[in-house]
Write a protein that binds this ligand. Sequence first.
Ligand code: HEM
Length: 263
Amino acid sequence: MESHPVLNRLALLLTLVASVPTQGVGASPGVAQTGLSKRQSTVTRYCDNTQTPGLCYMESWHSVMPPPASIQPSTLVVRIAVPDGVSQGSPFQTVLQMVMPSYVKWAGFAWGGSMLNNPLMVFWWYNQTQPMVSSRWTSTRVSPGVYNDATYRILHTSQNASHWTAEVVCSGCSHWNGTSLKYNDSNAFKWALGVFDVVNPESLDTKTSYHNKVGVFSGNLSLARVPSDVFKKHIGEGGSPTPTPTTSWRVFPTFVPYPTSSP
Ligand code: HEM
């Protein structure tokens, strides 16, 4: 029988809201994946030696959406790194890395663990070629507006056959509205993923689409701390070696588009 793109999309959306058992898919060495709930995962520490200089991150794995078998695994990994030696209350820069299935059209992150009244990051790409990161804020549950008190810079993007990765550094995400990230204690973070394009992908102030999945994790930033000189080098401040150039999106021939038919 011939497949119908609209029905298939509807079927996929229905599947997205269904319960998803979380398990380690495409697990990387050293990352134990055990019985996590669908919206909450444990955190661990992960060190990446493939970049120069590589960082260690607080890392949280989530099984996000059940895609057709052809594009499994369907994993979201969120990684956060911060410089060491910060006293509680002082502002600090934060590195955020998100790895997600190729069919995800935009990724969001809430530094204060809520959609509301905290710095939000939204990442997407324009034309599959241009990475876009936008600083957002909202006090109501509508598409968040631009937030000028936090700024982001893209450090790195990459893609393989099933997932894409974006890494950004933020100035202004550790403090907001008289509150701050707890440098020595546990923080709740939330993420959001959309499988439909933002409204105007070419504009940094575009409205987003509604998310298809949100999730949460908590972790102590002690798991995210790295020596401040390494942190600075990684973000391109503080001398050589400079980080991998970051402003161009690599188009891979194996790019997996949002599925329009079931396997
Ligand atoms: C058209 C745009 C958007 C609308 C209408 C919207 C609306 C909503 C609504 C109604 C909820 C609560 C129900 C639920 O959990 O699904 C929610 C949750 C959430 N949204 Fe959005 N949202 C939008 C865009 C965004 C964006 C761009 C982000 C970026 C980070 C985001 C982050 C979150 C997060 C983290 C949650 C879960 C935490 C919470 O409930 O506060 N949203 N959103």
